[in-house]
Design a protein around this ligand. Sequence first.
Ligand SMILES: NC(=O)c1ccc[n+]([C@@H]2O[C@H](COP(=O)([O-])OP(=O)(O)OC[C@H]3O[C@@H](n4cnc5c(N)ncnc54)[C@H](OP(=O)(O)O)[C@@H]3O)[C@@H](O)[C@H]2O)c1
Length: 256
Amino acid sequence: MNILVTGADRGLGYGMTRILLEMGHHVWAGRYMPEWTELDELKEKHGKKLEIIPLDVSDTESVKRAGDIILRDISYINAGSDDETEAGIGIKESGCLDMIISNAGINGKLSGEVPMESDYDYMMRTYNINSLGAVRLVEIFYQMMKGSDVRRLCFVSSEAGSITQAWRNDNFSYCMSKAALNMYVKLIYNRLHPEGYSFRLYHPGWIRSYMGGKLAEKGNLSIDEAADIAIRYFMDDHVDESELVMYGYDGERFQF
Ligand SMILES: NC(=O)c1ccc[n+]([C@@H]2O[C@H](COP(=O)([O-])OP(=O)(O)OC[C@H]3O[C@@H](n4cnc5c(N)ncnc54)[C@H](OP(=O)(O)O)[C@@H]3O)[C@@H](O)[C@H]2O)c1
């Protein structure tokens, strides 16, 4: 399959990219941090199966530019050229985008968020990345998925976005941004699921990732463990999609 992953530099996005490549899929990996070199090491190993593309999901122009690159790659293949080297890609199978994994996200607490003294600019930034990032992705890429039999839109959300099960009394920006993401996914599910698009809305667990700015020591899952479980769920063709549910890494079904 041909798959786009956002926030693929490090953390869960990187882990999922690595596994997808090992499974033999073609991946466009969204790069947000040019100074972080883990993706380059993957590129050395997997060559044309991996295309690293600059992608800041908070910037509409950046997402559009990524769209242009992927459209160019897809058009090139669909034009029937034998010379893969010209486009520099290894797409073979469906000739279109099969799956998007909207993973990029930030934790609002990084700003030193103080309850009752919210940093509104940082709250807007969190919302722009965690909520609107997914909207931009779908709006720019869904048409490129029309020819795919799979047409799967995967969203990495969080239990923190469940309004019914909310237990915190702080971390407003992160929780609000994930609740907004969940609402968007519900609306876009209502719109696109009848057209044959497939959906996965997912809480990946507490991961020892880089969300705090450096590799976390605390958390239930390593990046590799979390990525393995997430990819199994995203790749599972037998998930009941008759209603949209946010699934947890351990099988829990979250209320919205
Ligand atoms: N870690 C957890 O326990 C946990 C729990 C529930 C849900 N999640 C969700 O899991 C997803 C992945 O998080 P993670 O734990 O793997 O965190 P991570 O290690 O920080 O990885 C996220 C990646 O996204 C990048 N990113 C930040 N802003 C971006 C933007 N505007 N455009 C594109 N990429 C951007 C990050 O870059 P920087 O490092 O420069 O920010 C980083 O490379 C997020 O959606 C998060 O909300 C995580």
